[in-house]
Design a protein around this ligand. Structure first.
Ligand SMILES: [Zn+2]
Length: 217
């Protein structure tokens, strides 16, 4: 077991960030703090915050910085985050990054990790993904027999493309990432707190590269 660490992770959708976050959180014994998961949970639970968050999301807007910063600051103050944390999905703007620095001034993020996978690669990965809408929910790729036949070989469910995985939808999200998140990544680079890891390799190699980069922080 490695000692705790305070990290922020960046990566385009489809870069494999979710898988690597789970492994890193386990490896370093710190909570994986995903703002996306927190928002979805609050909306589902119907809390006052969740209702407010849903209004913004329904309107296709990002939540205001002060709300997001408050949410994250509260989460990082929980007892399980004393040894460290792995922050995913936040900060999304330079303003949020500056505010995070202030609210964590006693123990700020040591590093921001950028899981770099070229746009063209994630575009291929996502737009060629097909999912079983039946009981097994397996993920296939164009070219797999189940994806070609449209019938899941495991459970017989329909194999479909998710609405979020269409070319138009993926293009929009990649453009949003470029416009909003890349400047935040560059902000951390200017501060000498960024490490880049090549995410376009097998998952085990990505994980090894991440641990190596983080341990040499
Ligand atoms: Zn299935």
């Amino acid at each position: 077991m490695a000692p705790g660490v305070r990290l922020i992770i960046f990566g385009r959708q489809g870069a494999g960030k979710g898988t690597q976050c789970q492994r890193l959180a386990t490896h370093y014994g710190v909570p994986h703090v995903s703002t996306g998961d927190m928002l979805r949970a609050a909306v589902k639970a119907g809390t006052e915050f969740g209702l407010k968050a849903r209004d913004y999301m329904d309107a296709g807007k990002l939540l205001p910085d002060d709300i997001m910063v408050g949410l994250v600051a509260e989460r990082l103050a929980q007892p399980d985050a004393v040894t460290g944390w792995l922050l995913d999905g936040f900060p999304r703007t330079v303003g949020q990054a500056e505010a995070l620095n202030e609210v964590t001034s006693d123990a700020p993020a040591e590093k921001a990790v950028n899981l770099e996978v070229p746009e063209s690669v994630v575009f291929e990965r996502i737009t060629k993904r097909r999912v079983c809408s039946g009981t097994c929910q397996r993920i296939y790729r164009v070219g797999d027999p189940s994806a070609e036949s449209g019938v899941c070989e495991h459970c017989g469910g329909a194999v479909v493309q998710r609405g979020d995985d269409t070319e138009e939808s993926v293009r929009k999200r990649l453009a949003d990432y470029q416009a909003q998140t890349v400047p935040v990544v560059e902000w951390f680079a200017q501060q000498g707190r960024l490490v880049e890891v090549d995410g376009d390799q097998p998952a085990d190699d990505v994980f090894a590269a991440l641990v190596h980069a983080i341990d040499n922080r």
